[in-house]
Design a protein around this ligand. Structure first.
Ligand code: NAD
Length: 561
């Protein structure tokens, strides 16, 4: 296969305007709406198709913001933003970037969960591709229907484990769409390079079969050889049609997620964000927290509630990081304990443990309630990745606080309704000592006259930068070492003023800088491991910066007026 061409910068896009008149207004990548200048209106056949007054991007932005804020609910805001994205991507991304803390929760967690649940009824026009079992045998041909030929980044789901909401089948499309929007907003990957895909292999969610608005196949999920054959054909088709694309596996059920990652990560550049991205963001939060607990990674002991993709992914990456600090693999694994839906994960528990849990099944008597497991294991860090709310009780937070001067308590389950405890509970029950982070955002909490700002351990800090770094370097593979580099870089970006309020992640307003720094670390790791397929630039960060998409309008009718 040929090496991937370098990722061109913005100049490769938008310099030419492929269409005129109404078609241009219908093309969201080039449409400027009321911001087309008088000269553009005359030259591009737009005169009369727009109201006469010419607006600036800044004026459009203010109008859009007012309209957005007038919507009565988050789902209405999501619909408004989706329509804006379908109409004018520059304006959409300007809005996301300039108001990132307000808008990200509307286009991603927690609102995207509600949007997926309602995707059937709020669906207006297609975004991304749906490929169903009906298309078996002709997937490559279907992929060629995509209008942009130079796809470099695909996020794909089969909808089986959408956030903590379970099997939503084809309704899961909100997730790849949302993640790719974040790639553009946070890391500047041009939207023209991105392709969201939902693989519809059926759903085991009976309520969807019964629902009149369901948009997917009303049949049970394909399993076994039928499923594996479909995925194998899809991967081959991607390699054939988009040979330079990076593939992100997203929200697959854990019976398939680990297997698919193992099977395909050396076949094409690909990673699983739920496993590897989560691992890096959680580990980064822990590394940053160590500056508050004044301890080392090797001294930590973790208890995870939930032994799925997120939990075991975090533990696996912790083991890599602790090994780099001199701990043996077995010693590092012995510092990670899990409670799953049946209780403490131990050897000889009497059930057949899934493969990903085996390294963490220690020799210990079985314990069922989490509260007892916390007392027995005595963790320094309690990490919630179970999708079950209200499981970190007052008793449990109290025990963590008795065991540790600064207990690390991360309630990572999404959306907000699934968090193991709220920020307020963590701070009040620990008398303000918990170092708390969550998956979905929580507002700051005042306790005993002190302001605590919960960090959001959102994968948004990691995957856009990792993806960008892999793309610009043309990495043949996305390795665990790259995720470790990303985690360390993110932790370094946490400032003393963040830590002073207990926040173990930088504010989202710094996301572009964070993504650039992570992309630089990942591209450097790719070059150093001999996995890069593009020439190494003298200054990797400067080179990446020139390739990042900035949402600004281009002049389609330059020249003297
Ligand atoms: P998963 O389905 O792979 O694993 C879930 C695990 O939770 C399983 O081991 C299951 O046995 C266990 N579990 C379920 N109910 C339980 C209970 N009552 N008590 C104890 N364990 C229980 O899912 P996943 O990908 O690991 O995701 C889990 C949660 O983590 C989801 O809510 C997801 O939104 C969240 N998550 C958050 C982030 C983030 O914030 N950065 C990233 C990824 C996942």
């Amino acid at each position: 296969m040929n090496s991937p061409p370098p990722l061109p910068g913005l100049s490769a896009w938008g310099e030419t305007h492929p269409v005129h008149g109404p078609q241009l207004l219908a093309d969201p990548l080039h449409n400027k709406g009321t911001a087309f200048t008088d000269r553009e209106r005359d030259r591009l056949g737009l005169r009369g198709l727009l109201p006469p007054r010419v607006f600036t991007l800044e004026e459009q932005l203010q109008r859009s913001l007012t309209a957005l804020r007038s919507k009565p609910s988050n789902i209405e805001k999501y619909i408004y933003l989706t329509n804006l994205q379908n109409r004018n991507e520059i304006l959409f991304y300007r809005l996301v970037l300039d108001h990132i803390e307000e808008v990200v929760p509307l286009i991603y967690t927690p609102t995207v969960g509600e949007a997926c649940l309602q995707y059937g009824s709020i669906y207006r026009r297609p975004r991304g591709m749906f490929i169903s079992l009906r298309e078996r045998g002709r997937i490559a041909g279907i992929l060629r229907h995509w209008p942009q030929p130079g796809v470099r980044l695909i996020v794909v789901t089969d909808g089986e484990r959408i956030l903590g909401l379970g099997d939503l089948g084809a309704l899961g499309m909100g997730i790849p769409v949302g993640k790719l929007s974040l790639y553009t907003a946070c890391a500047g990957v041009h939207p023209g390079y991105t392709l969201p895909i939902t693989l519809d292999v059926g759903t085991d969610n009976a309520s969807l079969h019964a629902g009149p608005a369901y948009i997917g196949l009303k049949e049970n999920r394909a399993r076994g050889a039928a499923y594996d054959g479909f995925i194998a054909e899809f991967v081959l088709a991607v390699k054939d049609v988009f040979p330079h694309a990076l593939l992100q596996w997203e929200d697959f059920g854990n019976t398939n997620a680990f297997r698919l990652l193992r099977q395909y990560r050396h076949h094409l550049p690909s990673f699983n964000d739920d496993i590897q991205g989560t691992a890096a963001v959680a580990l980064a939060g822990v590394i940053a927290a160590l500056r508050l607990t004044r301890s080392t990674l090797a001294q930590q002991k973790f208890l995870f509630l939930g032994a799925g993709e997120a939990g075991t992914g975090i533990a696996d990456l912790y083991v890599e990081a602790a090994r780099a600090e001199g701990l043996g693999k077995a010693e590092a694994r012995a510092r990670c304990w899990f409670v799953d839906s049946k209780g403490l994960v131990v050897k000889n528990r009497g059930d057949r443990l899934a493969e990903h849990k085996l390294p963490y099944a220690h020799e210990h008597p079985m314990i069922v309630p989490l509260a007892d497991a916390v007392k027995a294991v005595k963790p320094t860090a309690l990490i919630g990745v179970s999708g079950t709310p209200a499981t970190f009780t007052q008793e449990i937070v109290g025990t963590m606080s008795a065991l540790n001067a600064r207990p690390i308590i991360f309630a990572l389950s999404n959306p907000t309704s699934k968090a193991e405890c709220t920020a307020e509970q963590a701070y009040t029950w620990s008398a303000g000592r918990a170092i708390f982070a969550s998956g979905s955002p929580f507002a700051p909490v005042e306790f005993n006259g002190q302001r605590h700002v919960p960090g959001q351990g959102n994968n948004i800090y990691i995957f856009p930068g990792v993806g960008l770094g892999a793309l610009v370097s043309g990495a043949r593979e996305v390795t665990d070492a790259m995720f470790l580099a990303a985690a360390r870089t993110l932790a370094q970006l946490v400032q003393p003023e963040d830590l002073a309020v207990g926040r173990v992640y930088p504010p989202l307003t710094r996301i572009r800088e964070v993504s650039l720094r992570i992309a630089t670390a990942v591209a450097t790791a790719a070059h150093e491991a001999g996995l890069a397929q593009t020439p190494r630039p003298a200054d990797i960060a400067a080179d990446i910066r020139t390739r990042m998409f900035e949402p600004v309008y281009r002049d389609y009718a330059p020249g003297p007026s």
